[in-house]
Design a protein. Structure first.
Length: 338
């Protein structure tokens, strides 16, 4: 009896020590759709995922054959995994207030639909066996075959793929496909009709979410027919509606027979002639000034002389000189003072 109790206690302690049950890794999202067999593995612990089950950092999500799994992470990143896919949730650090994070995925093999969330675009790092991907507001599909060759189909946004040798390619036109060989050689982005080696690739096997959109992206921008025919429509940004104008509508234009509106009479300047100056008055004023100046000079010379008594000195002295006739402005007769 005592031995059985000890065994039960050991079993319970062993289960509690399991990494998954102890929840040593943080929760980063949940499974929103599970069809058939989808498992989450951490170290040696394996558990079956169901709808609503949490997924944790450092877990590997594996989808069985004829199965599909869909996951939504805390930053609203959406992942769809096709049959035979394997994905490692390597790192997930996200600050919702600042919108920054460090989100790393390892796509091991299989087919995937990736839809970025609300984190900053430079927060995402996607690693594959042959290249590293960085995204910019992106929706894209990835197919990794058994030989680690990779095919990338851009649905929206842009992707930059770089291999270990530092060679990079930019995929920025929706509907284009980029191929990465098992040795990491990057092809030029091309439409399906111009893609080399497409005869060896079954489109529906590589990109199953184009014909059958997943629940996390139910309304894709591109259809299978458009991609195969290389007739990808150009997305245009809808124009904002024009606000109603507050200006009054213009009045009816006047007809040729209608009279013109009267204008106020223009102000006319009144001409005031300048006053004419009589030359005789100018001569009289000049002569008067000259006479005054001579008299003042003569008085000063006399005051400086010794013969001039001091008690008789006075200034100004009476000027005794003939004055020229003056014509008054009032029109009076010529008068001679004195």
């Amino acid at each position: 009896m005592l031995r059985a109790s000890k065994i039960s206690i050991c079993v319970v302690l062993g289960l509690l020590a399991s990494p998954a049950l102890a929840a040593k890794t943080p929760r980063i999202g949940e499974a929103v759709k599970v069809v058939n067999e989808v498992r989450a593995e951490f170290e040696r612990d394996v558990r079956d995922l169901g709808r609503g089950d949490a997924v944790h950092q450092d877990e590997t999500v594996e989808v069985g054959s004829n199965s599909v799994g869909e996951i939504v992470l805390e930053d609203k990143t959406k992942l769809a995994l096709g049959p035979g896919s394997r994905l490692l949730l390597d790192k997930f650090v996200y600050n919702g207030e600042r919108g920054r994070g460090d989100i790393v995925f390892d796509l091991v093999k299989g087919t995937f639909r990736f839809v970025t969330g609300v984190a900053a675009k430079n927060s995402y790092r996607i690693r594959t066996p042959t290249a590293a991907l960085t995204v910019r507001g992106t929706i894209f599909d990835v197919y990794i075959d058994d030989d680690s060759g990779m095919w990338i189909l851009l649905m929206e946004g842009a992707i930059r793929a770089c291999n270990d040798q530092g060679t990079c390619r930019m995929l920025d036109r929706p509907g284009q496909i980029l191929r990465v060989s098992p040795r990491g050689e990057l092809s030029q982005p091309a439409r399906w009709a111009q893609l080399p080696g497409r005869q060896a690739l079954d489109f529906d096997t590589a990109f199953p979410f184009v014909a059958n959109p997943p629940g996390v992206d139910p309304n894709p921008t591109l259809t299978k027919e458009a991609i195969l025919a290389s007739a990808v429509p150009t997305r245009t940004t809808p124009k904002a509606p024009t606000p109603p104008s507050t200006r009054q509508p213009p009045s009816d234009p006047p007809t040729y027979n209608s009279p013109r509106p009267s204008r106020p009479p223009a102000l006319r300047e009144t001409y005031v002639p300048k006053r004419k100056i009589d030359p005789a008055q100018i001569e009289a004023a000049i002569a008067l000034g000259i006479g005054i100046a001579r008299a003042v000079r003569r008085d000063r010379e006399e005051e400086r002389s010794d013969n001039y008594p001091s008690h008789t000195r006075r200034w100004p002295r009476t000027i005794d000189m003939p004055m020229p006739p003056i014509r008054y402005p009032g029109g009076g007769k010529y008068r001679s003072p004195g």
